[in-house]
Design a protein around this ligand. Structure first.
Ligand code: SF4
Ligand code: SF4
Length: 369
């Protein structure tokens, strides 16, 4: 993927981010950014910098998430929460079409996207990679494309990665290199701002900024290097996907199945999981039927239920499908791994199942057999 830096880096005061948010709202964007919600940092509508989780940090461990307060008022002093761009561009509940009964026959209505374009704030490198993956998956999907095409992205270099992140292993972070309109690196007093597009340049027109000094660029490099070094979790990609195809009958899958709850949390928080199902509903007067696309999960018991039976009836088969899809089939289909190393599935798994450790166990037990 090509780097898309548009001009020399700038610095802006942190408060100037508020002017950019206001400007984006005035230009008709629906501004979505990180905000504290239900004990987590989620993505939601924001209208001012006061809506951002200023001063908050997060602790993420296998099967655990909590918030704390930093001593300094960092704007982006946390890692990714459970939300990703997926929730907005491929929403959990999407009306596709409706069929209405008329006096003579039926009328079909295709739903079209009528909302304002999204401007996303605080998007990390791993989620930009996930966006690139979703773009390939939904290349021909008019609903996704309609929401996707006009988006504006203010990305952030990750300075506070969590214990469950492993983006360096997947070559997807913590440094943002492409796919943004504006990119922020947070310093104590100000932001280093990089512009990635003409749209980005337009958005900072009225914003007071100055050219970044060489020392600022070095400071950014130092922060990213130490962020990268602080990420201890790794996923060994050597020999994938061959390894997973070869280990299809590895007994370790049964061990995982004994711990796995098949709850599907991992697929809900994963920024690239896209399994869905269609539901038809009818109005109470019986005159309108609507087809709705809803998120589903390959962990759902009935996901593989087809005429003649269920071709993945066990938790063993379902977990194996999930991991093999992420780390093998996807590579064959799209040329990239379906895992971006965001660590969400590890944080949000109530059974404490960690994809990096399970893959390692499969690798080691495969060698022993
Ligand atoms: S791996 Fe964890 S989060 Fe995923 S379905 Fe199993 S128990 Fe649920
Ligand atoms: S599989 Fe897990 S670590 Fe990989 S992208 Fe999905 S949620 Fe993130």
């Amino acid at each position: 993927m090509k780097h898309n830096f548009y001009m020399e880096p700038l610095t802006i005061r942190k408060e100037a981010l508020g002017d950019i948010i206001k400007d984006l709202s005035n230009r008709g964007y629906r501004v979505i950014g990180p905000t504290v919600r239900g004990g987590t940092i989620g993505l939601d509508n924001i209208t001012a910098i006061e809506d951002l989780p200023v001063g908050y940090g997060d602790r993420q461990v296998t099967g655990g998430y909590s918030l704390f307060k930093h001593e300094r008022p960092y704007f982006f002093g946390f890692s990714n929460g459970p939300d990703s761009l997926k929730r907005f561009l491929n929403p959990p509940y999407q009306r596709l079409f409706a069929i209405k009964k008329r006096a003579k026959g039926f009328e079909t209505m295709i739903y079209e996207y009528e909302g304002s374009p999204f401007a996303f704030i605080g998007i990390r490198a791993c989620d930009l990679r996930a966006l690139h993956i979703l773009d390939m998956v939904f290349e021909k999907d008019p609903f996704y494309q309609a929401e996707r095409k006009e988006i504006f992205i203010i990305a952030v270099n990750c300075i506070f990665p969590s214990n469950t992140c492993f983006c360096p292993s997947m070559n997807s972070g913590p440094e943002v290199k492409y796919g943004f309109d504006l990119l922020l690196t947070e310093f104590d007093e100000d932001f280093l701002m990089e512009v990635g597009s003409k749209k980005g340049l337009n958005a900072i027109e009225g914003v007071h900024h100055k050219e970044a000094a060489g020392a600022d660029i070095e400071k950014k490099r130092g922060l990213i290097d130490s962020s990268s070094k602080s990420i201890k979790k790794t996923l060994d990609t050597e020999g994938l996907p061959t390894l997973l195809y070869r280990e299809f009958e590895n007994p370790w899958w049964a061990d995982i199945a004994n711990r796995d709850l098949s709850c599907g949390n991992c697929t809900m928080v994963c920024p690239t999981c896209f399994c869905n199902t269609s539901n038809d509903t009818s109005s109470l007067d019986g005159k309108t039927a609507t087809r709705i696309r809803c998120w589903d999960s390959c962990f759902s018991v009935n996901f593989a239920l087809v005429h003649g039976g269920n071709f993945r009836p066990s938790r063993r088969a379902r977990y194996r499908q999930w991991m093999t899809h992420k780390l093998a089939y996807w590579i064959n289909q799209f040329g990239v791994s379906g895992c971006v190393g965001c660590g969400r599935c590890i944080t949000w798994c109530p059974a404490g199942i960690d994809i990096t450790e399970e893959l390692m166990a499969i690798r080691i037990s495969g060698k022993r057999r």
